[in-house]
Write a new protein. Structure first.
Length: 402
């Protein structure tokens, strides 16, 4: 798999993108650890905080096609730099917010838009445009693994900072770490090499968007990714609450989130290798189907520390590993010239699901006292996502050139 990254500069581009994603996704995927401290400090209630984070889920997705379009048109450098600055600003502002509207601005808009501008659509689009076809699948797996490694590092780190210095200091530390990642942007800001003479003619951004929106395979891919967003947002926001309902210490939640991140490092690398060997729609089918089975296992198992860790490892293997095969299908269908924009639109569908996963989880807890109905909905959506990927039109390997 990694032999394809031996071309000059391929590893530098890939690791720079992975490093940026490590910070933006590590910060974003660990926000659930702040729900309880925010509730205790502000007295706003879980529903209000869930609403702010749900807005963040949607805003993170909404910025993806816009950031991808700007990066496709003008280059990724300014988009990534601005995104990191906005993420740092949102994190630094949050301790000063004591109202629902304030949290919506800092966490729901500033932090979410900043992390979204420095996330998958821009990073995978920029790296794919700068790498040869043979290296793209491996690079997407490594970049995706960077985001997962960020969750593995950030979850226990932020939990330790919260316990030692309080949640406000943890937020300010997060802002400082984000700023420290800005030098990596220079690697991806380098201009593209001139396209080869045999490259396919550029049909334009708007024509590409129209073609994608009207394509049945693209529509089915987005439906499956909606389910993925629902699932992930529900867990990153409410897994700490589920752990507390089971009478277990908060450290179990932070380590479960870390295990999810670590398992997905291996899952992302494996997904990248599978994309190079199998049709991506079949890879997605098995990933979504395995999630439904893992949730059934969790509901039937005794609620112990070990159960949460096994559950986290099983889910973590596919957690963000859906990104390489999903991006690969978009690239196969429409090429990589506007991959940042078109994959950004797919991520928007993902985050519409994320909005419902985060917000409905808070409503379920308030109304029913637990997350039972959310788990059942999660099983149904995961099974549906597995099935809708099968009819996707995907050419047999080897892949067509972008």
């Amino acid at each position: 798999m990694f032999r394809t990254l031996k071309q000059p500069g391929a590893w530098v581009i890939t690791l720079a993108a992975a490093g940026i994603l490590m910070v933006t996704m590590g910060a974003r995927q660990s926000l659930g650890l702040f729900v309880s401290p925010l509730d205790s400090s502000t007295g706003l209630g879980v529903v209000a905080i869930s609403l702010a984070m749900a807005v963040g889920q949607f805003a993170w997705g909404a910025i993806q096609p816009l950031a991808g379009a700007v990066a496709d048109r003008y280059g990724p450098g300014r988009v990534l730099f601005g995104g990191l600055l906005l993420l740092a600003l949102g994190s630094a502002m949050t301790p000063f917010m004591d109202s629902t509207s304030g949290l919506i601005v800092s966490l729901g808009l500033f932090s979410a838009i900043g992390s979204g501008a420095g996330s998958f659509s821009v990073l995978i689009g920029a790296s794919s445009q700068r790498l040869p076809l043979a290296a793209r699948a491996a690079a997407s797996g490594v970049i995706n693994a960077g985001g997962s490694f960020g969750q593995f590092v950030f979850a226990p780190l932020l939990q330790a900072l919260i316990q030692l210095f309080g949640w406000m200091a943890a937020m300010w530390s997060l802002a400082a770490i984000t700023l420290a990642a800005t030098p990596l942007v220079r690697v991806l800001a380098k201009p593209l090499a001139p396209p080869p003479p045999q490259a396919v003619a550029d049909v334009g951004l708007w024509h590409s968007v129209q073609a994608a929106v009207g394509d049945r395979s693209y529509q089915l891919l987005n439906l499956g990714f909606f389910s993925c967003g629902f699932h992930i947002a529900f867990l990153v926001t409410h897994l700490p609450g589920e752990v507390a309902l089971c009478g277990l210490p908060s450290a179990v939640a932070s380590w479960a989130l870390a295990i999810i991140g670590l398992a997905n490092v291996f899952g992302s690398l494996y997904a990248g290798s599978c994309v190079a060997r199998y049709r991506s729609k079949y890879v997605l089918f098995w990933m979504y189907a395995s999630r439904a089975l893992m949730i059934v296992f969790y509901l039937l198992a005794p609620k112990t520390d070990l159960t949460f860790y096994v559950f986290a490892a099983g889910l973590g293997f596919t957690w963000l590993a859906t990104v390489p095969p999903t991006a690969a299908i978009v690239g196969k269908l429409f090429g990589v010239r506007y991959l940042g924009t078109l994959f950004g639109m797919t991520l928007l569908a993902h985050q519409i699901g994320g909005f419902f996963g985060a917000y409905l989880g808070g409503l379920a807890l308030t109304r029913f006292g637990d997350y039972g109905w959310m788990w059942y909905a999660d099983i149904a959506l995961a099974a549906a996502a597995a099935l809708v990927n099968l009819p996707i039109r995907e050419a047999a390997l080897p892949h067509a050139a972008g």
